[in-house]
Design a protein around this ligand. Sequence first.
Ligand code: GAL
Length: 439
Amino acid sequence: MKLVLFTLALSLALPVAAESIGDQHPIFDGANRPENINKTGDSSNEVEVLHWWTSGGEALSVNALKEMMEEKGHKWKDFAVAGRAGESAINTLRIRALSGNPPDVAQIKGPEIQEWGTLGFLTNIDDVAEEQRWSELVPARVSDYLKVDGHYVAAPFNIHRVNWLWANPEVFAKAGAKLPQTLDDFFVAAEKIKAAGFIPLALGSEAWQETTLFESIALAVMGTDDFRKAFTEHNSDLLTGEKMRETLLTLRRMKLYTDADSPGRNWSDTTSLVIEGKAAMQMMGDWAKGEFLAAKKVFGKDYVCIPAPGTANQFSFNIDSFVFFKNSDPQKTASQKELAKLILDPGFQREFNRSKGSIPVRVDIDMTSFDPCAQDAMQAFLRAATTDNLVASLSHNMAIGRASQVALFDVISRYYNNDEVDIDETMRHIRAAVLADKL
Ligand code: GAL
């Protein structure tokens, strides 16, 4: 079943590679079976790390880990694949794994960890977790994602909040607009900002960015319970009901406040529009803060963070993690485990998360040296945990696996980019997309 799921995801994401595998076997042909992978030829204290942290803020953050690894005497071979919030990196990973040559370490998160782990690709890192007492330091909501059959296979970095709005207060002041608390407020502000000659909403029209916006609107319109029932319990009435219709209509209405250069623009260039005062707002997870910080912008004066309109009580979470591919060289395994350990190191947790925009995944990190957005995020996380308003992110691979994710991106993007696409048909396709993982 998992093999079928993985193959389906593969065929959706990688039509060419999937065709070339042939009909004999869904994935493996012998040499590429996880148990036969016996990487040789590279130096054993070197770890090749596949990730997608390539924007200004992201690169600064991951470099801290690279430096720490090198200080410990290990070599870091960087394999960064930019683009589409990891979709390009994951496609590359599939090609490498299928050819029997996976990297040593890869950025994978959410249910996809299970997909790779169940196929036998990942190293058990229970010993690292035990030594660092992860079970006491990492919230259970997080550690559930990190285990396969009860064993740790992934090391978590952080908790990102997806439902944020980033705003340029000077642009708001020039337009005489108020920061929006609700969706209605959003449209009032957007009209004023547009009339004043600024771009109201910075959005890069890529499927994952459109779906990130869709997610924040859906949280506000549907509320936590119905959002969960729809996207995690796959309640058919909700997936095709009136609240879904309103979500989709709101998404199309927001498009009217984006700029003509939006198609294909990446997320960090999109954040730059807010940084440079060309646009007023961007709805994006708090990795966007990493770009304001890398550009040396000052909280309160140059930028502010508020919850995405209508979602103040909710926290859509997105957890970044690294997994470690099996190999037969004990020295390399030791380097991989050293890396896993460094990720949870308290000093690294502080440094990484302060520049990445997320909050630490360890509950014992003192937040006083963090900026107001991070402190707000921590408060919002704790509040959402006690009021049952923590929601696994739909657009960032936490609520659904790869097959559903790819299908959902496609449906939302098709709807967003073509006003002729029918809303009822789109709702039926959303329902089919979230069920794709189950096939
Ligand atoms: C997300 C990832 C974040 C951030 C973002 C944009 O999927 O979790 O850490 O990097 O992509 O690249």
